[in-house]
Design a protein around this ligand. Structure first.
Ligand code: FAD
Length: 380
């Protein structure tokens, strides 16, 4: 067993860490306060090849593996968790599913542009009445000649306002309970699709989280991704890899919070000495460092199994569950270690706490991750 990252992964980590430190971290607080989407940073990530990191070399991408994309999301999230999830939702939830299920024509249409950083993806499964239970979604697409006409409203679409292509899950066959749902690729600007409400959120405030309204929105027949009626399987493929991305986002937030707590504990003096000398503070730091290491190892193992074969579904859920709850605990302790200052916008730890919370909710809440893990255990 080798606990060292390969030379290639180490180089990638150093490159992204430097980019995140110099280009992403400086404006993170301001973007969060202004709810400002990081357009320039996304463009620069495109130039660096990060937006096409896992796209195969055949289509001009970097052909990186799952561990590489976790490393990228972790380092970006350490600087700004919003940037981390913009990349993760794009690559893991949308582009990965196109790579997996797309026809040659669909891959040719999207992947070279993704690799060139000219196409941002989004994933639209959730609806007002369908969150933890996505199979109950109601947005419909009716066959219409050689195409489909979509009607309904989707919710919570990360990158929804900016995306060039959105993977939309719709009901196509309501009479067949096992094959009700299909996946459609809808391009930006398709008549009949409008951006509705943009959510005002507790954290990751510089991402867009959009409602999408479909009113007689017609897409061609070749917008169907994968087989008709097999959309739920495609949705779960995206979530299985997306959960590793969210684990990576959580580990990045946790690392940032721990770093901030260590720095503050060394510098802040009370009772004539740095607070780092008090055992109560040391124990909080020790617990945070230990839990963070465990979360990172779970994420690495999930990524390893995904690349090399094995049951990565269980590990992805374990990594997401543990890393997200760990990030919240570490960020909470970081605020505590900062005392009153931690409760203000003068220090970034309040942002880390707000950002950490979402990792326990999206791409399946902690309760749903526990259900997935238990189901895997009990099926024998
Ligand atoms: C900022 C943000 C970005 C998002 N981005 C996207 C996106 O890009 N694409 C997308 O499709 N969706 C996205 N989502 C939606 C997200 O995945 C859902 O919010 C999440 O799956 C939970 O669904 P819900 O909000 O409907 O909660 P509900 O399903 O209503 O759950 C409410 C509570 O009940 C619990 N619960 C539900 N069912 C069970 C059960 N069987 N057993 C035990 N407890 C249960 C939940 O854990 C939770 O605590 C996003 C959400 C947010 C907030």
């Amino acid at each position: 067993m080798d606990f060292q990252l390969s030379e290639e992964h180490t180089l990638l980590q150093q490159t992204v860490e430097e980019f995140a430190r110099n280009e992403v971290a400086p404006g993170a607080t301001a973007r969060d306060q202004n709810h400002e989407f990081p357009r320039e940073i996304v463009a620069k990530m495109g130039e660096l090849g990060l937006m096409g990191a896992t796209v195969s070399e055949e289509f001009g991408g970097a052909g990186m593996d799952s561990l590489a994309s976790c490393i990228v999301v972790e380092e970006l999230s350490r600087a700004d968790a919003a940037v981390g999830v913009i990349l993760s939702a794009h690559l893991s939830l949308c582009i990965e599913v196109i790579q997996h299920y797309g026809t040659d024509a669909q891959k040719q249409k999207y992947l070279p542009k993704v690799a060139a950083g000219q196409c941002l993806g989004a994933y639209s499964l959730s609806e007002a009445g369908a969150g933890s239970d996505p199979a109950s979604l109601t947005c419909r697409a009716e066959p219409d000649g050689d195409g489909w006409v979509i009607n309904g409203t989707k919710m919570w679409v990360t990158n929804g306002r900016e995306a060039d292509v959105i993977l939309v899950f719709v009901v196509t066959d309501s009479d067949d309970p096992r094959h009700r749902i299909s996946a459609l690729l809808v391009d930006k600007g398709t008549p009949g699709m409008t951006i509705g409400k943009l959510e005002k959120k507790l954290g990751i405030r510089s991402t867009s989280t959009a409602e999408l309204v479909f009113e007689n929105c017609r897409v061609p027949g070749d917008a169907l991704l994968g087989e008709r009626g097999h959309g739920l399987r495609a949705a779960l493929t995206g979530l299985d890899s997306g959960r590793l991305g969210i684990a990576a986002q959580a580990v990045g937030i946790g690392q940032a919070a721990l770093d901030a707590a260590v720095a503050y504990a060394r510098e802040r003096k009370q009772f004539g000495k740095p607070i780092a000398e008090f055992q109560a503070i040391q124990w909080m730091l020790a617990d945070s460092a230990t839990e963070l290491e465990a979360a990172r190892l779970l994420m690495y193992k999930g990524a390893y199994l995904k690349t090399h074969g094995g049951n990565h579904v269980k590990l992805s859920s374990m990594a997401k569950l543990y890393a997200s709850e760990t990030a919240s605990r570490i960020a909470n302790r970081a605020v505590q270690i900062h005392g009153g200052s931690g409760y203000t916008e003068d220090y970034p730890v309040e942002r880390y706490l707000r950002d950490a919370k979402i990792t326990e909710i999206y791409e399946g809440t902690s309760e749903i991750q526990r259900l997935v893990i238990a189901r895997q255990l009990l099926k024998g």
